[in-house]
Write a protein of this length. Structure first.
Length: 228
């Protein structure tokens, strides 16, 4: 058995106790990149965290030219490879207004217990995701089908989300503030740094509740939090 500090399930458990801002601050402290803005939470109030299952979509003709074997509907391989500790992350940067995620996929992922979906591109059938209270983060919405427009070129391959390169089995946390990716090789030190930041902010909140003025609490403690 792996020791707890190298166990992915333990990393996910710790990540779920944090929020996107604390993890983003930890990346700043460690001079790492991974924060992506502009991916809005569209269907649920839930924060999500987990290991990444990547999906890369390209224009349909490009996918057909490269395809070997029978076609599969986009994202179905990712769903079948994922569970409660996973977040499916889809790249659809073709420039086409076509859904990278939809209602039947939402139901299938919900039944698998998948934590949620993040799409670098538009999604559709968002009312169904809201009905199932299934978290979907995306660049925007569309009613236009992927059929004949975009198709999957790979699962668990390298993708780009915002200006961040994401690999399969990396980690991610997403809430209403933003989406933050953590490289698998960096997860332990990022979690340690984020937990320390949360503890320091809790102490600051306690000081405010005890009557200390904001200027005193938010002074040097706050400004130097990411350098100490």
């Amino acid at each position: 058995m792996k020791p707890p500090h190298t166990d992915p399930a333990q990393h996910v458990l710790r990540l779920r106790r944090l929020d996107a801002c604390a993890v983003s601050d930890a990346l700043d402290k460690l001079q790492l990149r991974g924060t992506v803005s502009g991916l809005r939470q569209l269907s649920s109030s839930q924060r999500i965290a987990g290991r990444v299952t990547t999906v890369k979509l390209v224009r349909h003709a490009e996918a057909e030219a490269l395809r070997q074997g029978p076609p599969r509907h986009l994202c179905t391989t990712a769903i079948e490879a994922s569970g409660p500790d996973h977040v499916i992350v889809v790249e659809q940067r073709t420039g086409l207004d076509a859904g990278s995620w939809g209602g039947i996929l939402t139901l299938s992922a919900k039944l698998r217990g998948v934590a949620g979906v993040i799409a670098e591109g538009p999604v559709r059938d968002i009312d169904e995701a809201r009905h199932y209270d299934f978290p979907v983060f995306a660049r925007g919405l569309t009613a236009i089908t992927a059929r004949g427009r975009v198709a999957e070129i790979g699962t668990q391959v390298e993708i780009e989300v915002g200006d961040v390169t994401v690999q399969g089995d990396d980690y991610v946390i997403a809430d209403n503030s933003g989406v933050v990716f953590i490289a698998a090789a960096q997860i332990a030190r990022v979690l340690d740094a984020a937990e320390l930041i949360v503890a320091r902010e809790a102490a600051m909140a306690k000081a405010l509740l005890n009557g200390q003025p904001a200027s005193q609490v938010m002074g040097a403690n706050y400004e130097h939090m990411l350098t100490n």
